[in-house]
Write a protein that binds this ligand. Structure first.
Ligand code: NAP
Length: 135
């Protein structure tokens, strides 16, 4: 399994394809895109404000969070959404009773901006590369 930043604004399609080819599970951290708000590369963008996702949520009588998490699941991405609210934890688990259409999946696929909200994994806090010693 490989856990990486992954949400509709940073979709890692090439990496997901590599994982699929080599039997590696893709796991998304920040699946709801919160890193775009708090991350060190934050642009302040917030997927919860996105009209495309909002419209899909209304069409299914679901919340934006549920649509985003469902999008991950239909792409076979393992998700670890975080919430300190019990009601949201329950809400985030209720995503197995609806399906996004191909058109809806594609509409969210098209939201990818290819911009990380968090750190590049091989950089430290100051943006310098971390030396990884060989075993
Ligand atoms: N491997 C790594 O480098 C790495 C880095 C970052 C995070 N992670 C892991 O990934 C997990 C999730 O990442 P994350 O916390 O950055 O982002 P996230 O799960 O994408 O989003 C969490 C944010 O969304 C809010 N939220 C959750 N459910 C919601 C809902 N149904 N409606 C509206 N808002 C909702 C939460 O607020 P409330 O809590 O107020 O509900 C919180 O502000 C973390 O717990 C951590 O274990 C791993």
């Amino acid at each position: 399994m490989n856990q990486v930043e992954l949400h509709p604004y940073y979709q890692h399609k090439d990496l997901r394809d590599y994982h699929a080819k080599h039997g590696i599970v893709t796991q998304a951290w920040s699946p709801l895109g919160a890193v775009d708000v708090y991350g060190n590369r934050s642009t302040g963008r917030n997927i919860f404000d996105n009209d495309v996702v909002k419209e899909i949520a209304i069409a299914h009588n679901k919340t934006v969070a549920q649509v985003i998490l469902r999008w991950h699941v239909q792409h076979n991405i393992a998700i670890i959404p975080k919430s300190v609210h019990e009601s949201r934890i329950i809400e985030n688990s209720q995503i197995t009773d609806f399906f996004l259409t191909h058109t809806e999946m594609y509409a969210i696929d098209k939201l990818n901006m290819g911009l990380l909200g968090g750190q590049i994994p091989y950089e430290n806090q100051n943006g310098y590369g971390v030396q990884i010693s060989k075993p």
